[in-house]
Design a protein around this ligand. Structure first.
Ligand code: GLA
Length: 371
């Protein structure tokens, strides 16, 4: 294994453990996780592999096979971490006294900038490896929560639990139906091939810089709306019309999105349970329109990808993840895969957008030990 060889070359011994954790796409349930709502992500076949041996002296030596110079970053203290190393050091910091330092080599194949949660995969891979070598006995959900805390408190991104939970808990061939309040989850069979379908990820290759600030703003708007409605979270709104009558402007629009999106997740799970995979397209489309018009987190590139995919024969399509760039997903009958890609590529060329990247995804296994 490449990562093990690199570990040996850099640190002079074999790693004590090797873990792999995947990235994710979200089928439906967008911007619902931090509103205590429902999500339905699945793990993608691309992920991060972490080879690790603990150190007693508190030093962290980190080697990434994707870094240009091929040299490990050596950090004597946690304050020295910069850039991508913060995701790793954040996990170590959240474990506090339970761990000291570590030698870690990382190899990854998550397409960068596609919004497929490579950072969550990195956190979960490292957290799982540390849990293993230190015998901490943490469950996959506890590892996901720890990883989310690293991202919230150490990296400073106020994300919800979806990405880390997907990376830690997903099962091959299944989507993960997660209640972000109770943290109860269930794996739902999602067998695309049996229905002659493919789930095509359309990576716009665009990421807008203001995404982080807009994310925090949406979160604050939802919290403010919940306070005005006198409920703990927007998840608790049962009378949508009544709630909307009490709100105005952006808070009203955000609330309408979150409440209806939660219902769409439950409806989609119902269709999957009934074996009606081909029927989920309309819910994907409705989710996209709601994210575009009510939550206002789409982008021109995402909208064009969705419209052109539908024109090319997709049964449904939507932006996925936080928004403002990243990827869209399209549910495509396999015989239409080519025409969908042609349609999207042509629409992008016509507008002078950078060519999109197409990645067919099948639901993969969540975090697991590989050596
Ligand atoms: C990002 C966050 C998630 C979630 C999505 C939107 O991916 O990391 O927690 O909020 O956006 O659904």
């Amino acid at each position: 294994m490449r990562v093990v060889e690199a570990f040996r070359a850099a640190f002079g011994a074999s790693p004590q453990t090797v873990w792999r954790a995947p990235g994710r796409v979200n089928l439906i349930g967008e911007h619902t996780d931090y509103n205590d709502g429902f999500v339905l992500p699945f793990a993608v076949p691309w992920g991060l592999t972490a080879a690790l041996t603990p150190r007693a002296d508190g030093v962290v030596r980190l080697l990434s096979l994707q870094s240009a110079d091929g040299e490990p970053v050596v950090m004597e203290t946690r304050e020295e971490s910069r850039g991508w190393t913060r995701y790793v050091v954040g996990v170590l910091a959240m474990l506090g006294d339970r761990v000291a330092g570590a030698d870690i080599a990382i190899d990854g194949d998550v397409p960068q900038g596609a919004g497929l949660s490579s950072s969550a995969a990195l956190e979960v891979a490292v957290a799982s490896a540390l849990n293993d070598v230190h015998g901490l006995g943490m469950t996959p959900m506890e590892l996901a929560l720890l990883s989310q805390k690293a991202e919230n408190d150490f990296v400073g991104m106020p994300c919800g639990i979806m990405d880390q939970a997907a990376s830690a808990l997903c099962e091959e061939g299944h989507a993960l139906f997660l209640d972000c309040r109770s943290l109860g989850s269930r794996s739902i069979p999602f067998d695309l091939a049996a229905h002659g379908l493919s789930l095509l990820i359309i990576d716009t290759q665009v990421h807008h810089e203001h995404a982080g600030g807009e994310y925090a703003k949406r979160r604050a708007e939802c919290e403010s709306a919940a306070r005005k409605l006198g409920v703990p979270a927007l998840r608790d709104v049962t009378d949508l019309a009544g709630a909307l009558a009490q709100l105005q402007g952006d808070e009203r629009k955000r609330t309408e999105h979150v409440v209806t999106e939660n219902h769409r997740v439950e409806a989609l799970v119902g269709l999957l349970r009934a074996g009606a995979v081909t029927e989920i397209g309309a819910l994907l489309n409705a989710s996209h329109l709601s994210l575009r018009d009510l939550y206002e987190v789409s982008s021109p590139e995402l909208d064009v990808a969705v419209e052109a995919a539908l024109k090319g024969g997709a049964r449904g399509a939507r932006m996925t993840g936080g928004g403002f760039g990243g990827s869209a997903i399209a549910l495509v009958p396999v015989e239409r895969l080519e025409s969908v890609q042609e349609s999207v590529s042509a629409a992008y060329a016509e507008r002078g957008y950078q060519a999109p990247r197409f990645l067919p995804a099948t639901p993969a296994q969540g975090a697991h030990r590989i050596a």
